[in-house]
Design a protein around this ligand. Structure first.
Ligand code: TYM
Length: 345
């Protein structure tokens, strides 16, 4: 007989999402947020809105504030439960920036330069047009993670390199000073690790996609979403078969269908054998609409009660703050910072 573990015995998980859009997209949901909700009982969960990462590119302050709260509402709508999970805002806990500084001092310049995200964005915008924050982004992310000493970090495939750097920095710190950090493992379920763009199925679905029609924004009008599925790129064949190399478009649609319906890919292949893409897309559009409609309704209802969202964040920051402060105290001690003492009376 299995006995459910006591809360203290549960391994910790931690993850974050940037509030850089009015709505999460289906890649964020299937690759990350849905996992977060599913893992809450088995693990001790910490989830946060990475609003400090969101200012590494040019942004509008009003939109950032609104999107940060929308992100909280969407986590709740996805089933992340504030009774089980600490849900907090990165900027509410100064320890993230404080640990990031220490980690920046341990990171090699060349090591930071090799990070794909920095390379891609600086190549796109020109090195003169990107801030140093984009360069030190991965060290802030490492701080986000290491502060909580989690066992696992549930993310999509695109975050793997950042996790590798996080592990390297943890190991370096432990080796140079004293064992302080746990080496976190990525938690990346293969099936939904990389949801692809509907128009360009060899590229990941991303908010910076070249065309909005390739992106399923979860809070969009359900009818617009159904249309995007109907016009998704497939191939010149007619068989609904999973083959990522030869049929990336159909394979991505099968992945989405299977993830949202809970039915296996072979089962779906069998159901659509000999029926062509039209029927398949029509049914998938329905499955997606059935998911997004209540998700939107829940999110918009949650956004009506800002006080509730503020309270969720206040409780989250309290829970997370206790852990973050304890870790930072250890770190400051181990690097040799003199502790502050109160003024003598
Ligand atoms: P962000 O905001 O870009 O994405 C949030 C989560 O969604 C996943 N994801 C995807 N998964 C599958 N298919 C896709 N097409 C897809 N697109 C996005 C991402 O992998 C991510 O898990 N740097 C992070 C935020 C962050 C963070 C952290 C995460 C900051 N600090 C500490 C974990 C731990 C980011 O920009 O995620």
């Amino acid at each position: 007989m299995s006995v459910s573990p006591t809360p203290a015995a549960r391994p910790r998980i931690l993850s974050g999402i940037q509030p850089t859009s009015d709505t999460i997209h289906l890649g964020n949901y299937l690759g990350a947020v849905r996992q977060w909700a599913a893992l809450q009982d088995e693990f001790e969960p910490f989830f946060f809105i990475a609003n400090m990462h969101a200012i590494t590119v040019e942004h509008d302050p009003k939109a950032l504030r609104e999107r940060s709260l929308r992100s909280v509402a969407q986590l709740l709508a996805a089933g992340v439960d504030p009774e089980k999970s600490a849900i907090f805002m990165q900027s509410h806990l100064p320890e993230h920036a404080q640990l990031a500084w220490v980690l920046q001092c341990l990171t090699g310049f060349g090591e930071a330069r090799r990070m794909t995200q920095f390379k891609d964005k600086s190549a796109k915008l020109g090195e003169g047009n990107v801030g140093v924050g984009l360069f030190t982004y991965p060290m802030l992310m490492a701080a986000d993670i290491l502060l909580y000493r989690p066992a696992y970090v549930p993310v999509g495939e695109d975050q793997r390199q950042h996790l590798e750097l996080t592990r390297d920095l943890a190991q370096r710190f432990n080796h140079r000073f004293k064992k302080t950090f746990r080496l976190p493992e990525p938690y990346i379920p293969q099936a939904t690790a990389k949801i692809m763009d509907l128009q360009e199925p060899t590229a990941k679905m991303s908010k910076s996609a070249s065309s909005p029609s390739g992106l399923i924004d979860v809070l969009d009008e359900p009818r617009a979403t159904a249309k995007k599925i109907m016009s998704a790129v497939t191939d010149s064949g007619a068989e609904v078969v999973f083959d990522e190399e030869k049929k990336p478009g159909v394979s991505n649609l099968l992945t989405i269908y299977s993830a949202l319906s809970g039915r296996s890919i072979p089962e779906l292949e069998e159901q659509y054998a000999g029926r062509g893409y039209g029927d398949f897309k029509k049914d998938l559009a329905e499955v997606v609409v059935e998911f997004v409609t209540p998700f939107r309704d829940r999110t918009f209802a949650l956004l009506e009660d800002r006080d509730h969202l503020d309270q969720v964040l206040a409780r989250g920051a309290e829970k997370a703050g206790a852990v973050a402060r304890a870790t930072l105290r250890d770190v400051y001690d181990r690097v040799g910072f003199v502790p502050p003492v109160p003024v003598a009376q």
